[in-house]
Structure formats: structure tokens, C-alpha cells
Design a protein around this ligand. Structure first.
Ligand code: CA
Ligand code: CA
Length: 255
């Protein structure tokens, strides 16, 4: 096996980074981004969906991200799979943890995301040079589960890599981020409740997409655990619905 491929196969967790929030003046554009979330309501609910022109046999590369939480998935909360497809493995998606809150959930380097909220999956692509405040809807994931059905603690979504990220994208950074609300109020001084990969939440993954392979939480040098949400006294928030406990990521490349 060529050495360069061997290096790619050695997936590593992303180095911890200090979250950098977008510039405050752009906050005014946050509402359109949130409205775009709402567009996902138009997407079909329920079982796996196949885009109009593509059948399963025609998909060259699939990326399936599955993760579970300690309790039950709460459709009122927000569950994100954040992807950075810019080709630079050293920076990636990290959760927003303090003011200024930017788009309310993600900062760092991120280009695409899958969202599950209000019972609906959506795929989005951030518009460049908008400080992660504006995103275009790309429809539904190629396949997805029904998180609210028993056992009710797992979310799974599959992307058609070539159609969603691009045929030239062979390496991504990825993080899973959960939060109870999208809070962009710059005057909010409380603790933001979230979970993301690793103890700090900043341990985004670096994954090659050109080889069929399965990555698991158990293999990770900084595995995701239960009970690692930041301490916060927030009445009425079900921490167990946000606490990521396990994940599996599968890359399938058709030969
Ligand atoms: Ca975590
Ligand atoms: Ca956790």
C-alpha cells in the first residue's frame, strides 16, 4: 500500500483549538440562517429518501454518521453533524461556547452540516464569507433514520459525498454538536449547554473519504463519554438528551 494512503488511513482526532467567534456586526444576518433551518420543515419526514435522479447503485461514495445520546433524542433540541471540506485538516468545526455566539452553535472551520430538529433532517452548505451566518439548503440526507422511534436514542444520516461535498473532496474534518437552543443573544451571560466530540468538544475528527472504512468511538484517542457536558444550572433542560455517548462513522466507496 502506498505510504500516502497509509497515512490517510491513520485517522486522528483534530487538535484542540480555541473557538473563534465570527465578528459581532454580522449577527444581524443570523435570522436568515435560522429561517433556512425552517425550510427543512418542507422536507419529507420519516424513512429513507432517495433523491430524484440518483439510485443507491449510482452513489459512488457514502458517508454515514451515527451517534447516540444518553437519554432520548428530543426533537425540540438541535443535533448537528458539522463537516469541514476545505481540505485543511488542521482546522475544523468546534462548538460555540461563549459570547459572542455567532450563529449560536458552531464556529471554527466548517463548510456543511446536517441538522436534526423538530423531527426533520436537513443538509446545508454555509455560504462563503458570511461568517457562518447564512446557509443554503441542500435538501435531505441521502438516507436517515427515524430517531424518535425505539430505542429513541440514536441519530443516523448518510450523505452522497460526491453530490453533497464534491467529487474532489477526499478528506474532511467532522464534529457532532448537540445543544438545547440556538442562542445568539450577545447579552446572554449564562453557560451554553452543549455536547460535542471529546472532553472539550473541540476534538473534531479527520477522516479520509476515498477508502471504505469504519471509524468508531472506541478507536478514538479521546473517546466520547457520558456525563461530560459543561456544568450548568439550567432549569428544565434534559442533559441526557444532549449527552453524546457513542458514535460510528462509515465511509463506503463503490469499486
Ligand atoms: Ca463531549
Ligand atoms: Ca458526552
Amino acid at each position: 500500500m502506498p505510504r500516502v494512503i497509509g497515512k490517510l488511513l491513520r485517522w486522528v482526532a483534530g487538535r484542540p483549538t480555541t473557538p473563534q467567534s465570527p465578528h459581532p456586526p454580522a449577527l444581524r444576518a443570523a435570522r436568515p440562517a435560522l429561517l433556512l433551518f425552517g425550510l427543512a420543515l418542507l422536507a419529507a419526514q420519516g424513512c429513507a429518501r432517495v433523491p430524484d435522479e440518483v439510485t443507491g447503485d449510482q452513489v459512488r461514495r457514502r458517508l454515514t454518521v451515527s451517534f447516540s445520546v444518553a437519554g432520548q433524542v428530543n426533537p425540540q433540541y438541535f443535533y448537528f453533524i458539522a463537516i469541514d471540506a476545505d481540505g485543511n485538516p488542521s482546522s475544523g468545526p468546534v462548538p460555540v461556547v461563549t459570547a459572542p455566539f455567532g450563529n449560536g452553535w458552531v464556529t471554527g472551520s466548517v463548510t456543511h452540516y446536517v441538522e436534526f430538529h423538530l423531527g426533520v433532517f436537513g443538509v446545508f452548505r454555509f455560504v462563503p464569507d458570511t461568517n457562518l451566518l447564512v446557509a443554503d439548503s441542500l435538501g435531505s440526507p441521502f438516507e436517515f433514520n427515524q430517531p424518535q422511534q425505539p430505542p429513541g436514542n440514536r441519530i443516523s444520516a448518510t450523505l452522497d459525498v460526491d453530490r453533497t461535498l464534491g467529487t474532489d473532496v477526499n478528506l474532511i474534518n467532522l464534529n457532532i454538536i448537540t445543544t438545547d437552543r440556538i442562542d445568539i443573544d450577545p447579552t446572554f451571560t449564562g453557560t451554553k449547554i452543549f455536547d460535542a466530540l471529546g472532553a472539550s468538544g473541540n476534538q473534531f475528527l479527520t477522516l479520509p473519504l476515498n477508502v471504505t472504512q469504519t471509524f468508531t468511538n472506541a478507536q478514538s484517542p479521546d473517546p466520547e463519554t457520558a456525563g461530560d457536558l459543561p456544568p450548568a444550572s439550567s432549569q428544565g433542560v434534559d442533559f441526557s438528551a444532549l449527552d453524546i455517548t457513542d458514535w460510528t462513522i462509515q465511509v463506503q466507496v463503490r469499486q
